[in-house]
Design a protein around this ligand. Structure first.
Ligand SMILES: [Zn+2]
Length: 254
């Protein structure tokens, strides 16, 4: 049976481990040490690594883990990262070595220029693009690119489990409530995820359906979100991409 484990790294990163039988695949292994500790503790062998984008907190452990385990590594075709041997492009499909899960690549530029997501078997690994109740900062892309990327992810089945790269959920919910104070689904989410955080549990994965109901960055067509963005901007906003850009800016300074 396939199991997905969250291995905490740095301050708030998650390295996701897919495990089946005695094998494991690591998604976004930014640091080799917690992965090695996890594998040793469970008696697992690393058979693959997958990376969503080039930031060091997502790929910093790849070289050390690859030299120990000699396993295949997969990552974005459009970003430079050493020691990634298979470069993935939009719609590329592959089977995760040793794990037997088939994943498909989705190009989702915005946070970085070549950021990819991997989806399959009811799961989505989306790095720093879609967060629980939030989205990544625009380091290398435009608001229009990010809006398109998020829309692609939002078209996945609602039950798809969303595994993101950081534990930002409770802070993100606080911002979402500032944008949309009347959204009751946010109140329920805050209560549940705050309780999880207090118990020291990951708030992830969430689901696409839950993100569509509560994530302001996926709700730029909602009248309440448009009204809040316009109030913050002090002017009329003409398109969803302008609404997105305004709330992204607002969140940066929140
Ligand atoms: Zn990043």
């Amino acid at each position: 049976m396939l199991a997905i484990h969250a291995v905490p790294a740095f301050r708030d990163n998650y390295i996701w481990i897919l495990a089946r039988g005695g094998n494991a695949a690591a998604v976004d292994p930014g640091d080799a040490r917690p992965v090695e500790a996890f594998l040793a503790q469970r008696g697992l062998k690393l058979t693959a690594m997958l990376a969503t984008h080039h930031h060091a907190d997502h790929v910093g452990g790849v070289a050390a883990l690859a030299s120990h385990w000699r396993c295949p590594t997969f990552g974005p075709a459009r970003e430079v990262a050493e020691s990634l041997d298979t470069r993935l492009r939009e719609k590329d499909r592959f089977e995760v070595p040793g794990i037997g899960v088939r994943l498909e690549t989705v190009d989702i530029p915005g946070h970085t220029a070549g950021h990819i997501a991997l989806t399959g078997d009811g799961m989505l690994f989306c790095g720093d693009t879609l967060f629980a109740c939030g989205c990544g900062r625009l380091f290398e892309g435009t608001p229009a690119q990010m809006v398109d990327s998020l829309a692609k992810l939002a078209r996945l089945p609602g039950v798809t489990r969303v595994y993101c790269g950081h534990e930002y959920t409770v802070a993100n919910i606080r911002f979402a409530q500032a944008v949309e104070p009347g959204n009751r689904a946010l109140d329920a989410r805050k209560e549940r995820d705050t309780a999880k955080q207090l118990r020291g549990e990951p708030t992830l994965p969430s689901t696409i359906a839950e993100e569509i109901a509560t994530n302001p960055f996926l709700r730029c067509n909602e009248p309440a979100v448009i009204a809040a963005a316009e109030k913050h901007a002090g002017r009329k906003l003409e398109a969803p991409v302008e609404v997105f850009a305004e709330i992204r800016q607002w969140k940066n300074n929140f």
